[in-house]
Each structure stands twice: as structure tokens, then as C-alpha cells.
Design a protein around this ligand. Structure first.
Ligand SMILES: [Zn+2]
Length: 142
């Protein structure tokens, strides 16, 4: 589902995008076929790790089960989460993701610095599905 969208362990965890060798545009989710810049003749698309930190651009309460490709077990109670759009200045990208568990919209403000961390999307007896989550760098207010 999200093969190749992120990688690395612990502090080395990063989202992975692709960058066009001709126009330097960065894509996330990764674009591996054609540069999406309409003014670009097309270059080679090379995988690049994205900035670890960004700033909250907007956020909302995720009160509903996320749509495909997210895996959720309809038998389990749904835990609401903060859904955060984070602006990565260097890449000029806005990346959507869940907040870390326990982070609510009351803990968030536009412009707050957050960093990407690995999180568990779903797990069963055999498999843990990993995703990325956003965590404020200043700590979560309680
Ligand atoms: Zn390009």
C-alpha cells in the first residue's frame, strides 16, 4: 500500500519522495513515471529523503476511519486522531499525516514545528503495518 513511501529506523526515519533531475521539483507521494511539472520536459526521477521537520499548515480531527489504502479492522473501536497537513519548506510540499497517539487538535497550532516519526497504523498477530506520524518538537501540552 505505501511501499517505498518511507524508510529508516528511529532518528533516521524519513519520508521518501522523488526529485526530478531536470526541474528539481520534489514529489510526495513519490512519482516514478513522469515529472508532474507541466513546464518541464521531463527528467530522471530520483528517490530523495524528505525533510524530517516541517510546520503545521492545517489540521483537523480524524473522527472517521481513514479510507483505503489505510488498513483498519472494522471490528476494533476507532480511535480518533489528529490529521495534520505539514508544510516542508525546502521541498515546497504539504504532506498529510496522522498525529502521534494522544495528540489532539487542542495540542496543535498553525505554524507549530513537527517532526516525522514512525508509528503503528495497524497490527495483528503476524504483521505490524507501519506508517508515519507527526509529533510536535516542543512536546505535547497536557
Ligand atoms: Zn521536472
Amino acid at each position: 500500500m505505501v511501499e517505498g513511501w518511507f524508510g529508516g529506523e528511529g532518528d533516521a526515519f524519513r519520508l521518501l519522495g522523488t526529485r526530478c533531475s531536470a526541474c528539481a521539483a520534489v514529489f510526495f507521494p513519490r512519482e516514478d513515471v513522469h515529472c508532474r511539472n507541466p513546464r518541464c520536459a521531463g527528467g530522471e526521477l530520483v528517490e530523495v529523503p524528505l525533510s524530517r521537520r516541517g510546520r503545521v499548515w492545517s489540521y483537523t480531527d480524524g473522527r472517521y476511519r481513514p479510507p483505503s489504502p489505510y488498513v483498519t479492522d472494522p471490528e476494533l473501536p476507532w480511535e480518533p486522531y489528529a490529521l495534520i497537513a505539514v508544510e516542508l519548506a525546502a521541498e515546497r510540499l504539504v504532506v498529510l499525516g496522522q498525529g502521534v497517539p494522544g495528540l489532539g487538535v487542542a495540542d496543535l497550532a498553525v505554524g507549530m514545528e513537527v517532526e516525522v516519526v514512525p508509528g503503528v497504523l495497524h497490527e495483528d498477530a503476524e504483521t505490524v503495518w507501519t506508517t508515519w506520524q507527526w509529533r510536535p518538537t516542543t512536546g505535547v501540552r497536557s
